[in-house]
Design a binder for this molecule. Structure first.
Ligand code: GLY
Length: 342
């Protein structure tokens, strides 16, 4: 019920690239490429659809300033080898006729898709239980248990113990706060609040088919007609308030790009917490404490990075090896950085 429920489900390795974060692109693209087979395998294992939609993503500009910013990002994305296309306003409107008449340009990213993240979480649960896994819900961990330099399981608030050869810390924005961790194994993760909204479109006549990024919000149309609008980015700790300003910025940002939303009913408003690490990249692999493995800090990319995280972490548990793909994203990078700053 954490970030996996709150997310929008965008698999946006391409359009989410920001200057300074190019180092994450190989990991993000690798996971993006794993998504089609991961989705097929999960749908077969769970017996349910998770609605992976492959129309791609449009990033739109509504005036000359937006277009200049878009052109800068486009040049960066092309220099990184991404297959993005530049569209005129007219070309963008051919793909999405309900976009505002002011649309002057757009980037089309043919490889940035989306999945219904709530269905994903449900399917993972079914597949996990069908494979023999036992899920203990509403059972908060009071403490990670250690013996010397080794994690040996968890103690629950109920007083029950679960002993384990390997414990995986994957508690999203809450990962830092789990008691029992020595300081060296504590991942530097904080909550980054996001307010979100969903409107209800007619599923037979949706206003959008692609994921659309506007200058201020993103719009994600679901097969069932829900139009997910996200998201604010706020450093407010675990504050769960929906605010007038937050909701207004979502609705206004969406309306400026897609005026047809005016009459749509509001389906849901919610708040989620991205697990943000100190450098915004995930924290994957060994923790420095034997028997404790980290899979956290996925920040804006948790759904995108689900396949590579599950593959690399299970491989690490089964073989003891850390694959090259996740090696740059270990907890030890923060320790190395602190040492080199001394
Ligand atoms: N990846 C979208 C978000 O974090 O809002």
């Amino acid at each position: 019920m954490g970030a996996s429920q709150a997310a929008a489900g965008m698999l946006a390795a391409g359009v989410e690239v920001e200057p300074g974060e190019e180092g994450q692109l190989p990991l993000n693209r690798h996971s993006q490429q794993l998504w089609p087979s991961f989705a097929a395998e999960l749908e077969a294992a769970s017996g349910m659809e998770i609605d992976l939609r492959t129309e791609g993503t449009l990033v739109v500009a509504l005036n000359a300033d937006d277009a200049a910013r878009l052109r800068f990002n486009f040049d960066l994305q092309k220099s990184l080898g991404l297959d993005h296309q530049w569209l005129t306003g007219g070309e963008a409107k051919k793909r999405e006729p309900y976009l505002h008449t002011n649309t002057v340009a757009a980037i089309f990213s043919p490889g940035d898709h989306q999945v219904d993240n709530r269905k994903l979480a449900k399917a993972l649960r079914i597949a996990f239980e069908r494979a023999g896994g036992q899920l203990h819900e509403h059972a908060p961990v009071a403490e990670i248990l250690t013996e010397g330099n080794r994690a040996v399981g968890v103690r629950l608030e109920s007083g029950d113990f679960h002993h384990a050869d390997t414990t995986v810390l994957a508690a999203g924005a809450w990962s830092r706060a789990i008691p029992g961790l020595p300081d060296l194994a504590r991942p530097p993760v904080r909550p980054v609040k996001g307010q979100m909204a969903a409107l209800r479109m007619d599923p037979n006549e949706p206003l959008l088919r692609h994921v659309v990024w506007t200058p201020s919000v993103y719009l994600v149309p679901r097969r069932d007609g829900r139009l997910v609008i996200g998201a604010t980015v706020e450093e407010r700790g675990f504050n769960t308030d929906l605010t007038a300003g937050g909701v207004m910025s979502l609705i206004e940002g969406a309306w400026r790009t897609l005026p047809g939303i005016e009459e749509l009913p509001i389906d849901e408003l919610w708040v989620g917490f991205r697990p943000g690490s100190r450098d915004d990249a995930p924290i994957l692999g060994p923790s420095g404490l034997d028997g404790l493995v980290l899979a956290t800090g996925h920040h804006r990319n948790g759904i995108l990075l689900t396949p590579v995280t599950s593959d690399a972490i299970s491989d690490h548990i089964l073989t003891g090896r850390t694959s090259d793909v996740i090696r740059p994203f270990g907890l030890d990078r923060f320790i190395r950085k602190a040492a080199s700053n001394r």
